[in-house]
Ligand binder design. Sequence first.
Ligand SMILES: [Cu+2]
Length: 404
Amino acid sequence: MTLLIIPTLALVAFTATSPLTTVRISTPLTAAQPPAGFKLIERKSGPISITLRVPDSGVFAGEAIDIEFRVTDSSKVDPVFGATGIPRVVSKAVITMPEMAGMPEQRPKIHTEGIPGDYGIECFFPHGGEYKIALTLQIPGIQEAVRTDFLVDVRDEAAPGTRKAVVKPYTLDVKAKGTPKPGEESGLQFTIRETKSKAIVKDFDIAHTKLAHLLIVSKDLSWFAHEHPVQQPDGSFTHNQIFPAGGQYYTFMDVAPRGAGSQILMGSVKVAGTTPAAIPLVPSATTNAVDGIKASLKGTSNIPIGKSLPVTFQLTDTSTGDAITDLEPYLGAFGHLMIIHADGQTVVHSHPAEDEVGIAQSKRGIVTFNARFPKAGIYKAWGQFQRGGKIVTIPFVIPVGGAK
Ligand SMILES: [Cu+2]
């Protein structure tokens, strides 16, 4: 996906003669200096300096955070206060994940801080990984926009109770028509609201050809469905799921409220009737065959926690043993991989590698995903592929971090 930022402005790219530099500033403490505890990343364009402040304590997924930056003019240096902060800069930010191409971008709000030249980007990172913050600054007195970007490493969501309580920007309500019964249409309704205003979110960016992706799993993760609820005029989404049996089910809505990036919102549904005995999650072999496709899983031994890594499905035809070369795009990609922790509380963000190499490999039956496992434990993974107009779902159970 090509990101176009303010196409009407002439954008000044930083050239080789003004290389982007990352420096630690060690000037004496002044009023314009940030409090201790921040890593400063500086970008320069002529006399203009843009410094991003990243907390030393880290940036965590699942927490709203203002990431501040300061814009200064080094041609105007005050002996006490240092380079002069530039007020009234009109800034835009676009946040993407380089390793997850094709994800909806975030366009966060930027506000001015109390000190002239200081600005705050209102960030919320839905999951861990490396994010790129691309800034476009319209600086008073400078005709051309200044454009630069910063990479910020976002840690996985902290374990509950280890960080101060956080308010997530969106909530999900899941309702059913009465109590759902096995084998009957359940009339599920999913309503996404802004947490603060409680307003129903109606406007979403499309991800993988859909406004919303819904995963429904039984509590023991033995049963799985991947559906696409339909948006209603009031903004909510509906889906008539038919459940196979009684018991508790987890629902995960993957949606991208306009400009906010992809968010996975959790809910649950109770289905009437007896709950079948839970099927234990036992690490599986690294090959599995479903509906004529044999998948060999690569890259899942000794998975590091909290690092993005490639997970590859090597697909062969079970009858001929040959590599599968006739995969069809499904929801805009050659494969989808969904991974959920055994506790049903953590969904692994996974995305097909959609670059040229990834696409060429997929046409030879080698489909690679980027995935990231935020904590130790047993995970269930479902790879989905389309061949001959039919979607095939191939499950695996993967232990991470010494789990057995
Ligand atoms: Cu989907």
